[in-house]
Design a protein around this ligand. Sequence first.
Ligand SMILES: CC(C)(COP(=O)(O)OP(=O)(O)OC[C@H]1O[C@@H](n2cnc3c(N)ncnc32)[C@H](O)[C@@H]1OP(=O)(O)O)[C@@H](O)C(=O)NCCC(=O)NCCS
Length: 268
Amino acid sequence: MTPSSEPWRPFPPLISRSAEYIDLWRVRLGTLGSHEHFRSILDPQELERANRFRFPHLRDNFVLSHVALRKILARYLEIPPQDVRFDLGKHGKPEIRGSLNYGRVQFNLSHSGDWAVVAITQGREVGVDIETFRSDVNHLELARNYFSERECQSLLALPADKQARAFFVCWTQKEAFLKALGDGLSYPLSQFSVTVSPDEASGLQHVDNDPTAVSRWNFASFQPDGNHYGTVVYEKGHCELNQWDWRWDYGLEENAVRVEGFRAAEEK
Ligand SMILES: CC(C)(COP(=O)(O)OP(=O)(O)OC[C@H]1O[C@@H](n2cnc3c(N)ncnc32)[C@H](O)[C@@H]1OP(=O)(O)O)[C@@H](O)C(=O)NCCC(=O)NCCS
């Protein structure tokens, strides 16, 4: 499960695509600064959530990740970012409101440290998770609490200097799988196993009571930067992964970047 070393590419002005792609957007977070007006793009629930953060940098990160999410989705839906509406699944997974979503666009968002990542595809469930690497956590203890027996044993079998990194890639795989399912913490983390060895591709190893799950879900691990790990999980067959670098000045030219192909794929 060595993460992809693909570069994050600048987004071209016009792209064509089909449902065979997963677009990962890397968003650099930071302070709102002169972008205080971005708040007007958010809906009242998002603003209320933003205002609950005690620390300004966490509040700004929340606002920026939601503004970027809306601006990115706006391009796929061809509507203004403030018009994007969300519905929540049973366990809180946000989805684009059906009446706006003729192209069956599916997305998932994760934020950690300096980065947010948005995963976007069409007509298939998707989940993404990123985590900031920390050397000061007791990863073996956390693994004992949250990982399956099989994952714990694989982690312990690794050389000590490879365990912390393997732990984080494993963690992002587990969370991204939960997020693709949309079940959050209601799904028992110990009842499925993902790849732990750095020499094997990321992926599901087994799911208790669901022998076909391994063939239904695809995993791809990546790095937003050298200090963050991430995994995207998507259903139904292989997809090509695009890694795009979001730039905040895209927001100044709302219609400069167009996405083509989603309607065409819908009509098939
Ligand atoms: C939301 C959840 C699924 C992931 O949270 P997280 O990793 O802390 O945070 P992320 O930044 O990756 O994801 C948060 C985003 O996921 C989305 N989300 C919320 N609930 C979701 C769900 N049930 N399914 C998928 N996505 C969800 C939202 O867009 C949310 O963004 P927001 O809070 O800014 O609105 C969390 O509830 C959870 O269950 N975490 C598992 C915790 C755990 O025990 N991990 C141990 C793994 S070894």
